[in-house]
Ligand binder design. Structure first.
Ligand code: SF4
Ligand code: SF4
Length: 165
């Protein structure tokens, strides 16, 4: 059975709180060639699962580089090749959606692992804080806070929702 990569964003955040100076390894997985600069799975997951999708998104208005826009699903997309790492968007976001380390390393290829390559995948798992990334044969499982980011990647995260649970 095909294995998926499970990235536990809840544990990753705790690991970063315990060790704020840590440089987290970043994973890339592009179904197709990317012309938009390096962007990590962690960033894609954050904009998909924790961003509140503000109607008049202040992060977009404040960006001096026009690096943020909404895609046709309403998800924020950062053009990492335009971003100048000023972090104005981090400061203005009322919900603390973005982790500041997104902006430290996005041009440093050495910290990025291509999950399509088995060797890089193994290195990525072993370099991430223990228990934060694993391989699984399971599919998404909302009752366990596990959601599909794409066919290969599952994300464990508490979803933002306005619906009553
Ligand atoms: S950090 Fe990048 S995306 Fe955020 S406001 Fe600055 S230039 Fe725009
Ligand atoms: S301000 Fe924050 S929560 Fe609102 S759209 Fe931007 S990143 Fe998402």
């Amino acid at each position: 059975m095909e294995q998926r990569i499970l990235i536990d964003m809840i544990k990753l955040r705790s690991a970063m709180v315990e060790n704020p100076d840590m440089s987290l390894p970043e994973a890339l997985f592009y179904p197709e060639a990317n012309s938009n600069g390096l962007k990590s799975i962690r960033e894609l997951a954050t904009f998909r699962f924790t961003c509140r999708r503000c109607e008049d998104a202040p992060c977009i208005s404040v960006c001096p580089a026009e690096a943020l826009e909404k895609d046709n699903e309403g998800l924020i997309n950062r053009h990492t090749n335009l971003c100048v790492s000023c972090k104005s968007c981090v400061t203005i976001c009322p919900f603390g959606t973005m982790m500041t380390d997104f902006f430290k390393h996005h041009r440093n290829r050495d910290l990025f692992y291509d999950l399509k390559d088995d060797n890089e995948l193994k290195k990525f798992i072993s370099n991430c804080p223990e228990g934060t990334v694993s391989l699984t044969e399971n599919d998404e499982s909302p009752q366990d806070n596990v959601y599909r980011l794409n066919d290969k990647v599952l994300i464990k995260e508490y979803l933002y929702t306005t619906e009553k649970q």
